[in-house]
Each structure stands twice: as C-alpha cells, then as structure tokens.
Design a protein around this ligand. Structure first.
Ligand code: SF4
Length: 204
C-alpha cells in the first residue's frame, strides 16, 4: 500500500477506485460481492464515514443505499443536504459477513484507502457515523453517546463531528426530546451550518 501513500500527487479518486474494487488485502475480499468505494463530491467540505457496507451496498457497490441509507437521506433532507454535495464512504470497503463489526486487522488493511480518500478530498469536517468509525479515527475518545454532536480536533486542521449511525435510528424510532432521532436532527443542523460557513473555502 506504500504506492497509495506515496503517490498522492498523481493519485485521484478515479485511479484509486479500481484498487479498492479489485483489492484482496484482507479476508473480506473472499465473501464480498462488490467492494464499495464511496461516492459524492470529490471536493466535498464534509465527509461522512460509516462502518462498512451492508447487504444492499454489497449487492449494488454503492454506499448507504439500504434502509439505513434511506434513513440517512431523510436526515440530510431535513436540512436540505443532497448527497452530490458531500462525500460518503466507510471504514471498510467490503461487507463483513452477517454485518458483524469489522476486525481491527480488517480496518488496518483498509485504512490506506480511507486515508487516501481523506487526503484527496481534503474535507474540513469528517462525520463518523456510529461508534466503529469514531473509535477507529480517534481511539479512546469515548463512546458515541457521550461525544456525538461535538466537534473534536483531529489532524491536519480537520474536525470530527460524530453522529449516530442511521441504523441506530431505525432501531430507536421515537422522536421524543432527547431520543437518538431528536439528537440526530439537532446534529445535522450543525453540519448544515458548517457547510454554509465553509462554502467556497476551497475556491479562496
Ligand atoms: Fe481490501 Fe478493504 Fe475490501 Fe479488505 S475491506 S479486501 S482491505 S478493500
């Protein structure tokens, strides 16, 4: 993977994608149907990072297209965010069997891809969705329930803003004050504000 790390000057998302779709660096390659690279604006200000593909994503090769993806679209729509203006991917690009949490080894094997995506897209905000991506990106930072909706300094001037994973909202449908849904609707408004405040940063 040194090649990915050392060739950012020539590497683009377009040339990186086939390395992912043809990757066999970890055992998940043996059970996946399609690796899911990620999609959205290659110059996005905000990147959303989930845990890994599920069944629908494995079948289609696209991120967040199943029930959780539809829930995420609802969350986006509540503040007028369209997917084409953000970038969305996962910590591991291939589906873990039975949707289990990816192992540390699998996340390690896949990390150069996400790292390269972050370097190429150069967002100012990364939104880890759920516990797995936030623990991977910032180990020891604390559980998702305590840190969601807060801005955390990460690296290279990038901030993390953890939010609940949309599948957690599917399991907790209440909209009552303080519920995961209620909190997520508050959180996405902060992302909207971030987008508004940072619009045009990359053109400056
Ligand atoms: Fe390669 Fe990542 Fe898929 Fe593992 S999960 S085979 S490292 S693309």
């Amino acid at each position: 993977m040194d090649e990915v790390r050392t060739s950012h000057h020539t590497l683009t998302l377009v040339t990186l994608e086939p390395r992912v779709t043809q990757c066999d660096l970890c055992p998940l390659s043996k059970t996946r149907r399609h690796a899911v690279f990620g999609e959205g604006d290659a110059d996005a200000e905000v990147m959303f990072v989930g845990e890994g593909p599920g069944e629908a994503e494995d079948r289609t090769g696209r991120p967040f297209v199943g029930a959780a993806g539809q829930k995420l679209d609802e969350v986006f729509a509540s503040v007028g965010i369209v997917r084409e203006t953000i970038y969305i991917t996962n910590v591991v690009k291939c589906r873990p069997p039975e949707n289990r949490v990816p192992t540390k080894k699998e996340m390690q094997a896949c990390w150069p891809f996400l790292e390269a995506q972050i370097a190429l897209i150069n967002p100012s905000l990364i939104v880890p969705l759920g516990n797995t991506p936030v623990q991977w990106l910032s180990p020891g930072v604390g559980g998702i329930t305590g840190i969601r909706g807060t801005f955390l300094d990460w690296r290279g001037g990038i901030q993390l803003f953890p939010m609940f994973h949309p599948s957690y909202l599917l399991r907790n449908p209440s909209r009552a004050k303080g519920s995961p849904k209620y909190l997520t609707w508050l959180d996405i408004q902060k992302v909207r504000t971030w987008l508004d405040e940072h619009a045009g940063r990359k053109d400056a």
